[in-house]
Design a binder for this molecule. Structure first.
Ligand code: GDP
Ligand code: K
Ligand code: MG
Length: 298
């Protein structure tokens, strides 16, 4: 049997806010455990997720926002985004089937025109439109740009996402895996953010609580208006510990949240909305799965 060479490459995701970039990634990365780590990354591109099969590895990247610049800094960001697109193997341009083509889409396509990297048009949210409206919409995009592939999907329902993955894998060059196969990292700041929350718990509680606590940052996303939304869960081992952590009328949790929010804000250099939860997970310390999730194992 002929052995096929391993393929690997970098895929940039671009599209207006809320087109479904995060949803697509979560879907692709599926049930895999999110391991947090502080592996080095390039300064321009943020690793969003690593998808590994027996024969290939795809590294999905966040690209700097590409909006019509309102300032010199904006000009610079557009230029660096364009350069980032040159350095990847494939660009996925996500659009919203229901919203149709907007000025934001046109601006992105203008920038992509100056880039040699192949671009796929990914028409997302097809579950929200009548099939008949799809072809005219795709035609409109095609008139504006020469896409290597056009793939209609529903990231939410998982429709046609396996076709998209196949086409992505086809586009990748031969190359080695850049990350261990179990590495599915999200933003590495996540781990630090979790640790900051844990630190506040340690400062504010005593006795057995500190050792029985783990923090998992489930979501961390920069919203419009430069605020970062963080949803995190503090895990304890017993209901009584959960009670202590929440405190009288939520006072303890409020204090943990307040202190953590300030420090996370300093770390990230932006305002933070911290959505903090407490859950009981008996014996989390003994469960390999949980240890991985919390980033205590590679
Ligand atoms: P992002 O800003 O591009 O990362 O977009 P998100 O992934 O956060 O998605 C924005 C919203 O669109 C969320 O409410 C998603 O649930 C929703 N969404 C994403 N993909 C789909 C889809 O295929 N169908 C539908 N109906 N909703 C979707
Ligand atoms: K969003
Ligand atoms: Mg997103």
């Amino acid at each position: 049997m002929k052995e096929t060479a391993f393929k690997s490459g970098f895929v940039a995701l671009i599209g207006r806010p809320n087109v479904g970039k995060s949803t697509l990634l979560n879907h692709v990365l599926g049930q895999k455990v999110a391991i947090m780590s502080d592996k080095p990354q390039t300064t321009r591109n943020k690793i969003r997720g690593v998808y590994t099969t027996d024969t290939a590895q795809v590294i999905f990247l966040d690209t700097p926002g590409i909006h019509k610049p309102k300032s010199r800094l904006g000009d610079w960001m557009v230029k660096s985004a364009r350069e980032a697109f040159e350095e990847v193997d494939l660009v996925l341009f996500l659009v919203d089937a229901k919203e149709g083509m907007g000025a934001g889409d046109r601006f992105i396509m203008e920038q992509l025109r100056e880039v040699r990297t192949p671009v796929f048009l990914v028409v997302n949210k097809i579950d929200q439109v009548h099939p008949d409206s799809l072809l005219p919409l795709i035609d409109r995009y095609r008139k504006e740009f020469d896409f290597k592939e056009v793939v209609p999907i529903s990231a939410l329902k998982g429709n046609n996402t396996s076709t998209l993955l196949e086409l992505i894998l086809k586009e990748l060059p031969e190359g080695p895996p850049y990350y261990p196969s179990e590495y599915v990292t999200d933003h590495p700041e996540r781990f630090i953010v979790g640790e900051l929350i844990r630190e506040k718990v340690l400062h504010l509680t005593r006795e057995e609580i500190p050792h029985s606590v783990a923090v998992m940052v489930e979501e961390m996303e920069r919203e419009d208006g430069d605020r970062v939304y963080v949803r995190a869960t503090i895990y304890t081992e017993r209901p009584s510990q959960k009670g202590i952590l929440i405190g009288k009328q939520g006072s303890m949790l409020k204090e943990v949240g307040k202190r953590a929010r300030e420090e996370i804000g300093r770390l990230l250099g932006s305002r933070v909305y911290l959505d903090l939860w407490v859950k009981v997970k008996k014996d989390w310390r003994n469960e390999e799965f949980m240890l991985r999730q919390f980033g205590y194992r590679e």
